[in-house]
Write a protein that binds this ligand. Structure first.
Ligand code: PEP
Ligand code: MG
Length: 589
């Protein structure tokens, strides 16, 4: 630990535990906001030096962008690195530079003010043009201008792709596309001021096996870049500049946790079967083809949820049918004969696509708006490219497809009709696909839950997205930390709705899986299984705990637990009952 952080006094802050693990390291402060530019007049004698400052900042910015481009190329490939070519072009834009100098000569204001003024004018002009390509240039100019201004003002330019040394990322907020750009080998932990357990950045952190704590209000105002922080992702604590005693105590906790995890990992090789011999299928949630190794490492029975939107979020363009086909085929081939359930694009909500503002109008309530299947049924070209890619991949393994955010039978019928069109197109071109491809519906909107009997007639399986289902049932914005404590998976309304969905699915002769975060909470696994859920799908590193619990309980006890729960009215009491059920069984083994 560096000396100066030892001398600072320790401060402990509490947030919400989002991804397990303990980490300790120096802070990488990431604040998403526009740089504030102070305005002042420059002494006429210093005018030459002022212009030289701008030139110097442009050179430094160029080097920074080139460095990031090289990193991105190494980590993600040349296709993704190409986006930075457009950024480098902005730096060479003679009109932008000479207008800045002209503004400086006319007004005598400091050069950052002039540069800010001129670049804002450019951004506005590009933003208003009715041409997709030119409008995207506004985003490039905004990014580069922020970088140049940061350099002129001596700030650290803000980009998570600058994370090139092992650091704890402390941010006010991390968008899903930021999260997609994090170098997985360099982030020791992620801590955010805002967010909740089910925000998508957290889901990415979990899949990266990186400890995360969210909802630590104002943390970014309490730490500075020289600080070191200790992050306890088990109970949501963050200690700024911990003293030696704290470090020693956490060292012990970490050793104990590690040995527990080791015990779980060893037991993970055993079959996932209850004490009364009922097999339980545990599948993996993944975000990209690079995670198939995790699926195998944790011995998941295939993939229960492939969140394809991260393919779109980590790219500077909408991925083509061919690009998607290759990604889906790789996953299907690698994991065959195990199933891979590919979910069609769930963009929108808290996952807008970078550089595609023309596709997403500004919305007051994006989670209630233009998202997922609603977007796809409106953007048929994008939807059909993806459906054809999934169909083509189905010729290479055990692929299944499911639609997100279905609200009722008409929407499902429309999606299925588009899928039929794609089947016909491929057939006409003699391109192979699995004619028996299973098609499922995510149940994550209350209207779908309560028409489950009707939906079951038109699909092959259900997958319950509890993250959204709880959000919509309880009217709790899943990414709002102010109300995160009210987000209660054990609310009687949630339990009853789950029961209804499972019962209706079984009456209709189809299986039900849960792929929301509820499935990854070991405490809730007996509740879900007792309700009759057939399969659970979760972030791969959480499979060992779920398997251990499955092997410690009987299905009969789980059903008795549910019978009790269904008579209870308090979410907290249900949570405690489930926690006690789990603790008792884990301790016995
Ligand atoms: C869910 O809503 O539970 C789910 C699995 O989908 P996502 O978290 O990607 O919205
Ligand atoms: Mg969802």
């Amino acid at each position: 630990m560096p000396k100066d952080s030892c001398s600072k006094s320790e401060v402990t802050v509490q947030g919400i535990s989002a991804s397990q693990g303990i980490a300790y390291g120096p802070v990488f402060l990431y604040i998403q906001s526009d740089v504030e530019v102070p305005e002042y007049q420059v002494d006429p004698e210093k005018r030459v030096a002022e212009i030289a400052r701008l030139e110097q900042a442009l050179v430094v910015t160029r080097h920074q962008i080139q460095k990031i481009q090289a990193e991105v190329e190494k980590n993600l490939g040349s296709e993704e690195a190409r986006i930075f070519d457009a950024h480098l072009l902005v730096l060479e834009d003679q009109a932008l530079i000479s207008e800045t100098i002209r503004d400086f000569e006319n007004t005598g204001s400091n050069i950052e003010t002039c540069f800010d003024r001129v670049s804002q004018r450019y951004i506005k002009a590009f933003d208003e043009i009715d041409d997709e390509y030119l409008r995207e240039r506004a985003g490039d100019i905004r990014d580069v201008a922020q970088r140049v201004l940061s350099n002129l003002l001596g700030h650290t330019a803000q980009s998570l792709s600058q994370l090139v040394e092992k650091r704890v990322v402390v941010a006010n907020n991390i968008s899903p596309s930021d999260a997609a750009g994090i170098d997985r080998s360099q982030a020791l932990a992620i801590v955010t001021d805002s967010g909740s357990k089910t925000s998508h950045a957290v889901i990415v952190a979990r899949s990266m096996k990186v400890p995360a704590v969210v909802g630590v209000r104002d943390l970014t105002t309490k730490v500075s870049p020289g600080d070191w922080v200790l992050v306890d992702g088990y109970d949501g604590t963050v200690v700024i500049n911990p003293d030696e005693q704290t470090l020693f105590r956490y060292g012990q906790i970490q050793r104990q946790r590690k040995s527990e995890e080791q015990r779980l990992l060893e037991a993970n090789r055993l079959p996932s079967v209850t004490l009364d011999n009922v097999p339980v299928t545990l599948r993996a949630n993944i975000e990209g083809a690079c995670e198939t190794a995790l699926v195998k490492d944790y011995l998941a029975a295939g993939v229960g949820l492939f969140r394809t939107e991260f393919l779109y979020l980590s790219s500077d363009h909408v991925p083509t049918e061919e690009e998607q086909y290759r990604a889906y085929r790789d996953v299907a081939e690698t994991l065959a004969p195990e199933p891979v359930v590919i979910r069609t694009l769930d963009i929108g909500g808290d996952k807008p696509m970078a550089g595609s503002s023309h596709l997403f109008p500004r919305e007051d309530n994006p989670f209630l708006g233009y998202r997922a299947i609603r977007f796809c049924l409106d953007q048929l070209d994008i939807f059909k490219d993806q459906l054809r890619a999934i169909l083509r991949a189905s010729a290479h393994g055990n692929v299944q497809l499911m639609y997100p955010m279905i609200s009722g039978t008409e929407e499902l019928a429309k999606a299925n009709a588009v899928l039929d069109e794609c089947r016909a197109e491929l057939k006409a071109k003699k391109i192979p696909f699995d004619p028996k491809l299973k098609v499922g519906t995510m149940i994550e909107i209350p209207s779908a839950a309560y028409t489950a009997d009707l939906l079951a007639k038109d699909c092959d399986f259900f997958s319950i997205g509890t993250n959204d289902l709880i959000q919509y049932l309880l009217a709790i914005d899943r990414v709002n930390d102010l109300i995160a404590h009210l987000y209660e998976p054990t609310h009687p309304a949630v339990v009853r709705t789950l029961k209804h969905i499972v019962d209706e699915a079984h009456k209709g002769g189809i299986k039900v899986s849960v792929c929301g975060e509820m499935a990854s909470d070991p405490i809730l696994v007996p509740l879900l299984l007792g309700l009759g859920v057939d399969e659970l799908s979760m972030t791969p590193p959480l499979i060992p705990a779920a398997r251990f619990l499955v092997r410690s309980m009987t299905m009969d006890d789980a059903r008795k637990l549910v019978a009790k729960v269904l008579k209870m009215d308090s979410p907290k009491a249900i949570q405690t009952l489930c926690a006690d059920f789990c603790a008792e069984r884990m301790a016995r083994r």
